[in-house]
Write a protein that binds this ligand. Structure first.
Ligand code: ZN
Length: 410
């Protein structure tokens, strides 16, 4: 009896082990075949630190960096959007100039990092560049501008950023700016959607071939953009509000409208967007306090704001959160797919800007998302759409529209 039992156990173990292995192999195969892209990380801030070498694989530590070229490769990630992020400050002409030079500095640092390591990565400016670099075995580094604040009210700046290689603009950040209302401004709406300047920015982006990123913008701004844009839009890093009630996430009504627009939502893996936080911990109270102070960042000096960011990093070390899991995140994908189908969902982690899960801490662990999708019976074709196919479809449409506009003008 015992022998039979043991033999049965061994067979079960072997079956379990081999099915685990095949899940890893299956995930690796999908990443090999598909063009995979993460549409939002804040890694450029690390590039300004001269001790940070993006060509070296960093072991993950809490509060440390989550993306570098070797970890992207390990995670089977072909492309990425590096965000040139500037925080929203009071809208004075002086502050706009400071933000502009900061955004420019971040963009220049992306070019410098890629030029220095041109055997590993290149700046990508088009869909074609992305696919070419994938074939060459190099990482494709796209540039996004997170927050339209550096544009100020100067429409010519939109084109200057296009010429600098920016391929999406997140219209605003945590507060309202001259383009539109934010989803999280402490004083609420200012324009009830897009401003009149914002109504100039959207068609300008269409004409140039810059993707419009609706992450961070208010619900009214979102619907204004959809009404005005001639091309599908993206939410570069957002989740579903029906699964996690956070103003940064999209409601079902917004998701349905996004699908009608032909656009795509790129699931974010920032804890508070994935799952409602445990509000009883000391860490949560500390975080609330820091959030409240950050809302006044627009009136802070550069030094005060830097100090706040240091406190934020320290808080993550002192009060590590019980983060949500990949399974929690994939619940958002399930919800979105059920609601609007497989063609409107992708991934934008927000690594180095707050993104990261218990079991997906950095770019090297991207395949854990793929494995969860496989467990939930998504097909290889569907997973390829999620990992990049859908986003690249939208990007292609945006490029084509701009090309046609240019031809019509000539
Ligand atoms: Zn963001």
């Amino acid at each position: 009896m015992k022998k039979v039992y043991l033999a049965g156990l061994v067979v079960t173990l072997i079956t379990v082990l081999s099915s685990c292995e095949s899940l890893d192999q299956k995930a690796a195969k999908i990443h090999n075949h598909a063009f995979t892209i993460d549409t939002h990380v804040d890694t450029p801030y690390h590039l300004l630190d001269k001790d940070f070498d993006i060509a070296v694989a960093h072991p993950f530590v809490e509060g440390g960096s989550r993306v570098d070229f070797p970890r992207m490769k390990e995670g089977g990630l072909d492309g990425i959007f590096f965000a040139a992020f500037t925080s929203q400050r009071e809208r004075t002409s002086e502050n706009i100039l400071v933000a502009r030079s900061k955004a420019d500095e971040l963009i220049d640092s992306i070019y410098a990092a890629c030029q220095k390591n041109n055997d590993l990565a290149e700046v990508a400016l088009s869909v074609e560049d992305g696919y070419r670099l994938e074939k060459e075995g190099k990482r494709a580094i796209f540039i996004g501008l997170e927050n339209g604040f550096p544009i100020g009210k100067d429409i010519l700046e939109v084109e200057r950023y296009f010429n600098k290689g920016v391929r999406y603009i997140t219209l605003c950040h945590t507060s309202n700016n001259d383009i539109c209302d934010s989803s999280t401004d402490k004083d609420g709406a200012e324009f009830n959607g897009l401003s009149s300047f914002g109504e100039e920015v959207v068609p300008k982006m269409n004409d140039l071939g810059i993707l419009i990123d609706v992450s961070h913008i208010s619900d009214s701004s979102f619907f204004d953009v959809l009404k005005l844009s001639e091309t599908p839009v993206i939410a570069s890093h957002s989740c579903a509000r029906a699964v996690c009630d956070n103003p940064r996430n999209l409601t079902d009504e917004m998701l349905v409208a996004l699908a009608e627009n032909g656009g795509v939502i790129q699931m974010c893996i920032l804890d508070d967007y994935v799952k409602a936080p445990d509000t009883t911990t000391v860490g949560y109270q500390k975080e609330l306090d820091l959030h409240a102070r950050y809302r006044n960042a627009s009136k802070m000096s550069k030094e005060e704001e830097d100090k706040l960011w240091d406190e934020w990093r320290q808080m993550q070390i002192d009060y590590p959160k019980d983060k949500p899991t990949v399974a929690d995140a994939v619940d958002h994908i399930d919800h979105i797919v059920k609601l609007i189908g497989i063609d409107h969902i992708g991934i934008g982690t927000d690594f180095d800007g707050g993104g990261g899960l218990k079991d997906c801490v950095d770019a090297s662990q991207m395949m854990n998302i793929t494995k969860e999708l496989l467990k939930r019976k998504y097909s290889e074709e569907e997973i390829a759409k999620i990992w990049g196919g859908n986003f690249m479809r939208v990007f292609t449409e945006v490029e084509e529209y701009a090309k046609n506009q240019k031809m019509a003008l000539n």
